[in-house]
Write a protein that binds this ligand. Structure first.
Ligand code: FES
Length: 483
């Protein structure tokens, strides 16, 4: 592979990966928190095509998945009492414990389906199956995307240096006590200190009730087993992760294992690994992991096409799972002795930065606050453009009906230009964490967005678009302009 082993400028002793320790402060001081990340240049027309949301692929794949789960559960029941039942049961376990992970992931981003209630339903079901409390993990994954493999910031670093081998082994069989400890804590109305760093306080009540629901489901399954005098309810609901999580590890640890920490380029801390059709069905194309991290708004079914569009600006992809693991195993072994060691991926020659079009004006607004922003033809339906006036940044949108909207240009959740986002119906989806705002009043429409945007009057006049720079709704100046 086009990668080499290097020693990072990090201390050789064990690093503090906690979100409340010294490295949390250090990451902020070094500008690694909520930072700007490299993006490969993609022509706007290509990106528009890739971003198109569809229901069809995810409905088909979800029906196949549920049919396979139902079929293997049925065969297990029919063959129960013979050793032949082991075979369908082990397949059931993998489909339950591993496949739910990729469904959890994609629906959590809101990109599996076009229809949002389907994303929400799949997210809740698969969260339970993969043993992740849905609300806590929504916020944890948001942080993972903001600060990918930044020590002291990312709560989802699976391979610390040196690796926690005992934890990995327990995790392989879903026996790590962490899940049960957290579930109990939440069910009894408490949060951990590290969770409090990234989960907003207004979510706590929901988390406590979700944990109680999870506990109730486990107790119901045990009660059913006792009542029916059968192991099957417990085997189908409580134990599949013990026997099926191994494949999740085989896939997921290729994502970042052994790669660089504390870099702001996903090409250096993520892997793209070629996989066959069966693996890509199970994993929902998350093997295109560099592409996913760089452009999280692109749905899973468009990731192969995104890969084709950006691969000349990427390190070479790994030809298969085994090729990735042939690199990861020795890296883990070496990191046990030398925690400063990591795998450095070689980058191709720079191809230029991805730029989004910007309308600019320094003209003084008229007596009523109106200023010309740009030409009518420069803003197609279902699109958004950045408009800079003086030192301020706005976003102007046209929805699929042709209606214009204007808001502040920076997402209230992080330092991200909404002009890089996607107009979906009458909402804008932020390109960083897929949070959404209603266009008509700037109010939050989808987490992790919690605070609304300021909105502004906007109109056509003789083929030009004018915006009135007087806020009519939304948030205050204090956090309107963060960049
Ligand atoms: S920066 Fe997180 S949703 Fe916009």
């Amino acid at each position: 592979m086009n990668s080499s082993a290097v020693t990072a400028p990090l201390p050789t002793e064990k690093l503090d990966y906690s979100l409340t320790g010294e490295n949390a402060t250090r990451a902020v001081e070094k500008g690694l928190a909520e930072a700007e990340w490299y993006q490969c240049p993609v022509p706007p027309e290509t990106m528009r095509r890739l971003l198109e949301r569809r229901d069809g692929p995810a409905i088909r794949d979800t029906l196949i998945w549920f049919a396979l789960l139902g079929g293997t559960a049925y065969l297990t029941g029919v063959l129960w009492g013979t050793w032949w039942a082991v075979l369908p049961y082990l397949v059931y376990c993998v489909l339950y414990a591993q496949t739910s992970d990729s469904r959890w992931h994609e629906s959590g981003h809101g990109t599996a389906f076009k229809t949002d209630w389907m994303n929400r339903a799949l997210y809740e079901i698969s969260s339970f199956m993969v043993k992740r409390e849905s609300t806590v993990w929504r916020w944890s994954h948001t942080r993972h995307h903001s600060d990918t493999i930044i020590v002291g910031r990312d709560p989802e670093i699976n391979f610390p240096r040196p690796a926690d081998l005992k934890g990995l082994l327990l995790g392989l069989f879903a026996l790590h006590p962490d899940y049960w400890q957290r579930l109990w804590l939440h069910a009894t109305g408490r949060m951990r200190a590290d969770e409090a760093v990234y989960v907003p306080r207004h979510e706590y009540a929901k988390i406590f009730w979700q944990a109680r629901l999870f506990v109730l489901i486990y107790l119901a399954a045990i009660g059913l087993s006792v009542g029916l005098r059968s192991w099957l309810p417990v085997l189908f609901i409580c134990l599949p992760n013990v026997f099926g999580t191994w494949l999740l590890y085989v896939y997921n640890l290729t994502q970042h294992g052994g790669l660089a920490e504390n870099v702001l380029d996903h090409r250096l801390n993520c892997r793209t690994v070629y996989m066959n059709r069966v693996n890509r069905f199970m994993y929902w194309n998350m093997n295109y992991h560099v592409e996913h991290h760089m452009f999280p708004m692109v749905p899973y079914h468009a990731l192969p096409a995104l890969h084709a569009a950006v691969k000349s600006d990427m390190p070479p992809p790994y030809p298969g799972i085994w090729a990735a693991w042939r690199e990861i195993f020795p890296a883990i072994r070496r990191q046990l002795r030398d925690p400063s060691y990591y795998i450095k991926r070689e980058l191709p020659a720079p191809q230029g930065k991805a730029e989004i079009p910007v309308w600019r004006s320094d003209a003084a607004p008229d007596a009523d606050g109106w200023v010309e922003a740009g030409g009518n033809t420069g803003l197609a339906r279902k699109s958004v453009v950045r408009f800079d006036h003086g030192s301020r940044t706005y976003a102007i949108y046209r929805d699929e009906d042709g209606t214009l909207y204007a808001t502040d240009g920076i997402c209230t959740h992080g330092k991200t230009h909404l002009a890089g986002g996607l107009v979906i119906g009458k909402q804008i989806e932020c390109p960083k964490h897929n949070g959404r705002f209603h266009l008509h009043d700037g109010s939050p429409a989808r987490p992790p967005v919690c605070r609304g945007l300021a909105t502004y009057p906007v109109e056509h006049r003789a083929g030009r678009i004018f915006i009135k720079l007087v806020r009519v709704a939304g948030e205050t100046d204090l956090h309107r302009q963060k960049m």
